[in-house]
Design a protein around this ligand. Sequence first.
Ligand SMILES: Cc1cc2nc3c(=O)[nH]c(=O)nc-3n(C[C@H](O)[C@H](O)[C@H](O)COP(=O)(O)OP(=O)(O)OC[C@H]3O[C@@H](n4cnc5c(N)ncnc54)[C@H](O)[C@@H]3O)c2cc1C
Length: 263
Amino acid sequence: MKIVVMIKQVPDAEEIFIDPVKFTLNRSQARGIINPSDENALEAALRIKEAVGGEITIISMGPPQAENAIIECMGRGADRGILITDRVFAAADTYATSLTLAAAIKKLGEFDLIFAGESTTDSGTGHVGPGVAEFLGIDQVTYTINTKIEGEMLIGERELEDGIEVVSARPPLLVTVMINANIPRHSSLRKKVDAIRKGIEKWDHDTLSLPPDWVGLKGSPTLVGALKIPEERKRASKIIKLEEIPDLVNELVKNGVISTGGD
Ligand SMILES: Cc1cc2nc3c(=O)[nH]c(=O)nc-3n(C[C@H](O)[C@H](O)[C@H](O)COP(=O)(O)OP(=O)(O)OC[C@H]3O[C@@H](n4cnc5c(N)ncnc54)[C@H](O)[C@@H]3O)c2cc1C
């Protein structure tokens, strides 16, 4: 089974600071980590590889330091790593990102499954997985919490608001994975050393040969019209003494906040 896992390196949310003057996010001090649900996507792919055999290729589009995230994935069991990196790809919106990743996957040749996280912790649109599937013209199984291969089919459990849907779909497919799908494994030191020795492949604009106005900022139709800081909601608190509880309950019932439950 040929499996591709798309991962994005994101800044660790706990290390991002808000500039108190400009109200912009300052990511310069933040450590780069694998986007959390991409770790779940990799874990789902590794479990399928262990069950039916195959090869896992990691693909990431980002700056040169995203290499560390790819090495970490190879330390967990992925076989090959490709970093798509070029200044021309910078400032891509989700459309241009999906188009570029789809072109890279096409260049890889045949594949059975592409795994992606449900969304990222920095932009968090959830567009890129489905976007890649659309550009490649393949089916997608989104929001999965469990996946397995039975015969020629992928069986995916999808977490919906009101239950779990079980679907069966024929590869080639793109699968997005929820953050609660599994517990990602740690990397092994030996595999990480092997990955560093093996190295990762770096693909640039020349490798993909896409028209320059299809990628990066030029290829991005998203326009940010304005940014607004939401008004802070004021909350009041009051300490209630034990003997005041009946009055409080009466007030909450009167205001329709709670009901007594009877007819
Ligand atoms: C309104 C808006 C304006 C923006 N403007 C800019 C801008 O001016 N400059 C700029 O640099 N960025 C900008 N971005 C961010 C940029 O569009 C995203 O970082 C990028 O397209 C990925 O989208 P996402 O983080 O929402 O991924 P999602 O769609 O949430 O990601 C879903 C999954 O897709 C995969 N994936 C996502 N991105 C990658 C990747 N790079 N490589 C491999 N796999 C990936 C991962 O598996 C991930 O879990 C903007 C975003 C928005 C919403």
